[in-house]
Design a protein around this ligand. Structure first.
Ligand code: SF4
Length: 345
């Protein structure tokens, strides 16, 4: 059966103005997201990964119009979100929810769990008032909490339980797509696994679609159907999870993957060292944005911007934005800066 496209992002840009001078004029822009396009199909989990500042969280916020996108088109469930009024957008948010890294920051600490869930249902008018208490109890049970916890306050819960409250609040309006913005990043590993399992169970039960934003590649590998790798506001590689983790084509993806520690004392981890910090998104490098740190960079890389494209050996839907995929793979271009680390213990 053909997959149904639920979300389509086309040429999305999110620039933030930098004001300066006596008159507070716009003197430059932070190009947080710079012309990205991708689709998300119903029922799948697509992850966006990259270092801090790559634009992954900004992408999530721009899709929801929590920040008004500078340019580009976002279509969700056949509705062009970027062209509707703010009022219509609020209605669309019933189907498009977000879970943040720190649920405590996005909930009112003076409200009980019951109040928090009730408020979500009231705003979207998703459940008739008389049925709300019963729905709250169902929601708590769905996310692994108990009825007696409905009248407690957020500070009475652990981090993992608070994230379950955040998930219950998202579910309270029966969404189609949930954007999980570093949703498990602040949790201990064992609690992380429990929340990830819960998200997977809920996906099966309610046919949910996830856009999962994370810097943690271990988590991303576990939960994703497809992965988008971002660097400095651009998509540098996209593909199904197996292609990205087993057959990465972009030097940046390779560098990210090689930085994952392997818990095996005999494993020789060939770590591709990345030079320097991520450049400023105010004045990103010309050509390939990764050229200032790429160990394979050639003269062409600082002039011509590589497009996201299919290269030899890539299976359906796998694309990378690099001029020299083939040459790097065949060893015709050697890395300039290559370090080998031996992981012990
Ligand atoms: Fe590296 Fe050049 Fe490929 Fe960019 S285009 S990733 S700088 S080799």
């Amino acid at each position: 059966m053909a997959k149904r496209e639920l979300l389509k992002v086309e040429g999305l840009k999110q620039y933030f103005p930098i004001k300066g001078g006596m008159l507070g004029r716009t003197v430059n822009h932070v190009k947080a997201v710079d012309d990205i396009s991708f689709e998300v199909y119903e029922g799948e989990t697509v992850s966006i990964v990259g270092e801090s500042g790559c634009g992954k969280s900004t992408t999530g916020r721009a899709i929801l119009r929590l920040e008004e996108p500078t340019e580009g088109k976002v279509t969700f469930n056949n509705v062009e979100l970027t062209s509707i009024s703010k009022r219509d957008m609020r209605r669309q948010r019933k189907d498009l929810q977000i879970i943040f890294q720190d649920p405590y920051a996005s909930i009112n600490p003076r409200q009980t769990v019951s109040d928090i869930l009730n408020e979500a249902m009231t705003i979207q008018n998703s459940v008739p008032p008389k049925k709300r208490r019963q729905r709250i109890i169902e929601l708590l049970e769905t996310v692994g909490l108990n009825e007696y916890q409905a009248d407690r306050y957020p500070h009475e819960f652990s981090g993992g339980q608070r994230q379950r409250i955040g998930i219950a609040r998202a579910l309270a309006v029966d969404p189609k797509l949930i954007i999980c913005d570093e949703a498990v990043s602040a949790l201990d590993v064992s609690i992380q696994a429990q929340v990830l399992n819960l998200l997977e169970e809920l996906q099966d039960e309610f046919n949910l679609t996830y856009l999962f934003i994370s810097h943690d590649l271990g988590v991303v590998r576990h939960i994703s159907d497809r992965v988008i790798v971002m660097y400095l506001g651009k998509i540098v590689e996209i593909g199904d999870t197996n292609s990205i983790f087993e057959n990465p084509k972009h030097p940046y993806t390779n560098a990210l993957l090689s930085a994952i520690p392997v818990p095996d004392p005999l494993h020789v981890n060939t770590h591709i060292g990345l030079k320097g910090d991520v450049p400023s998104p105010i004045d990103p490098p010309m050509g390939c944005r990764f050229h200032t740190r790429c160990p394979f960079a050639q003269a062409k890389c600082s002039v011509d911007e590589p497009l996201l494209a299919v290269h030899d050996g890539m299976t359906d839907g796998h694309k990378a934005a690099c001029h020299f995929v083939k040459e790097i793979e065949q060893g015709e271009i050697k890395p300039k800066d290559y370090s080998t680390e031996i992981m012990i213990g």
